[in-house]
Each structure stands twice: as structure tokens, then as C-alpha cells.
Ligand binder design. Structure first.
Ligand code: ATP
Ligand code: MG
Length: 261
């Protein structure tokens, strides 16, 4: 059965796109058939995946994420990316995708209906959905469609404050729209173990929802930032700091794969 995994948190900059992108690289390298759906109108994941091995941009083709919100879409052609995954893409700052937030709540069901009608997802082992930083229609659309969700969280600033709202959103989707949705849990990202505030916020999270915290964590890893911005797997950076970043990321991805079965 196809595993459909959303990377979700309404907070911006917590690592949704980073973990989604690196998971896509990992799963393709492991020989799986992977589709990425970029539900974030910022289009960061699309632009990273639409690059050839030398970093040159390739032309976008196939269905856009905004198209998925049309009634009776029909066939859904996808874009093949140079690194081996397929993509349903969004342009940078796509106004159509942004405006979906002003439509009726029912519009959140359309991507799932269109994708099911086309049977496209049956062609993949994994579908990875990069969610936007909001608790709106697009996040609901992703969660309605998903079998699993992973929530990256940062323990700096006020980032932990939003976790309750996110978990409640997941619970309400599970009870009202998608009983099959499984929350794989919370990944602590960008953790600096030397910062007392980080370690306190981390402990607060563990105490609040012990069963939901991933055993693996990602530290502050400059090479992960570099790899993600270049659109390459972090394990392609063959320095000691690249290897340390890759070790963190791989551990999280392997824990995710184990959880989704
Ligand atoms: N562990 C990490 N160490 C260092 N930099 C990181 C780490 N995780 C993510 N980053 C960097 O932080 C920035 C934000 O990450 P990312 O884009 O993945 O977050 P996001 O949750 O998708 O944000 P948005 O909500 O805006 O889409 C990026 O520049 C990314 O490279
Ligand atoms: Mg993002």
C-alpha cells in the first residue's frame, strides 16, 4: 500500500521542506517510487527538485498543486525530476494556491478526490507532501489525503507554543475526515544541546507528549542548510560536518520509515 506522508507544522522555518526533500532523496536512492507534492505556495521544494545534477533549472511540466483543487480534474500527468522522483509542483508564490484559503472548507477534499479518481498514487511506494506554514485549507487537504504525518518542531523561541494547535488539528482530521491518518510524531529539529533554553523546551515537549517524540533528533547543522538550499542530498557533502548532518537526517528518515511500516 502506498504510504502518503505529510510534513506539517503551521510554524514557518521548522524544517518541513528540509526533511521532506531529504526523505525524497533517500527513498529514491533506496529504489522506491516516490512522488512529491508541493503544497506550499512558496514553491521552495519545487524549485529545489526542478534542477539537474549541475544545479541548472529544468522546465516545469505536468499538473500543478493548484490544479488538484479543481472539480473533476481527470488525468493527472506529473513532472519527472532529474533525481528520480516525480513532482506535482507549484510556482514561486503561486497566487491561485494562496487563494484556496478563501474557498469553502469542502475544497480541502478535492485533491484527495481527484487523486483517488485518477488512481495515480497507486503507482508509488511513497508520496511525500510538503505542507505550508498555516493551519488552513491546504494543510487539511494534505491530512485528508495522507496515511501518515510527521511534525518537525524547533525548540527555539515560541516554536513549541504552536504544537498543541497542530496536534489538535491532526486529531480533528482523524475523527472527522480521515480515520486512517496516523501521527508518526514530532521530530525535534535544529537542536543546540549547549543551549539551556533548547534543552528545557525539549524536556517540556517530552513531558507533555512522551509517546509522540521521535527518538532521533536533528542538531543545528549548517551543512543540512547548505544541501537543502542547493537541492542535493546532505550525504553528498563529504566533509566531517556533512557526515554529521547526514547521520542526524538519515536516522530521522529511518525512524520514519520504520514507523510507517
Ligand atoms: N537542522 C538544521 N540545521 C541548520 N539549518 C536548518 C536545519 N533544518 C532546517 N534548516 C534551514 O532552516 C531553513 C528553514 O527550513 P525549511 O525551509 O525546511 O523550513 P519549513 O518548515 O519548510 O519552512 P516554511 O514553513 O517557510 O516552508 C532552511 O534554510 C533550512 O535549510
Ligand atoms: Mg517549507
Amino acid at each position: 500500500m502506498t504510504k502518503i506522508i505529510s510534513f506539517a507544522n503551521q510554524k514557518g522555518g521548522v524544517g518541513k521542506s528540509t526533511i521532506c526533500l531529504q526523505s525524497a532523496f533517500y527513498l529514491v536512492e533506496a529504489g522506491h517510487r516516490v512522488l512529491v507534492i508541493d503544497l506550499d505556495p512558496q514553491g521552495n521544494t519545487s524549485s529545489r527538485l526542478a534542477q539537474d545534477e549541475s544545479g541548472n533549472e529544468i522546465e516545469f511540466s505536468g499538473t500543478t498543486t493548484a490544479d488538484l483543487f479543481r472539480y473533476g480534474l481527470g488525468e493527472i500527468p506529473v513532472m519527472s525530476c532529474p533525481r528520480g522522483m516525480d513532482l506535482i509542483w507549484t510556482t514561486k508564490n503561486d497566487p491561485v494556491l494562496s487563494e484556496i484559503e478563501s474557498l469553502d472548507l469542502e475544497c480541502a477534499l478535492l485533491p484527495s478526490e481527484n487523486l483517488k479518481a485518477s488512481r495515480l498514487l497507486d503507482c508509488y511506494d511513497y508520496v511525500l507532501i510538503d505542507c505550508p506554514p498555516s493551519l488552513g485549507r491546504k494543510l487539511i487537504a494534505a491530512l485528508v489525503l495522507s496515511t501518515h504525518v510527521l511534525c518537525p518542531v524547533q525548540v527555539s523561541g515560541f516554536a513549541v507554543d504552536g504544537v498543541e494547535g497542530l496536534l489538535n488539528t491532526i486529531i480533528s482530521v482523524q475523527s472527522e475526515l480521515n480515520p486512517q491518518l496516523e501521527n508518526t510524531g514530532i521530530v525535534i529539529n535544529n537542536l543546540n544541546r549547549n543551549f539551556q533554553t533548547h534543552m528545557e523546551a525539549r524536556q517540556q515537549l517530552i513531558d507533555a507528549v512522551p509517546d509522540l517524540i521521535y527518538a532521533t533528533e536533528i542538531g543545528v547543522r549548517g551543512k543540512l542548510d547548505e544541501a537543502t538550499n542547493k537541492g542535493i542530498p546532505v550525504w553528498c557533502i563529504k566533509t566531517s560536518s556533512g557526515r554529521a548532518a547526514a547521520k542526524d537526517v538519515r536516522a530521522v528518515i529511518e525512524e520514519l520509515i520504520e514507523k510507517v511500516g
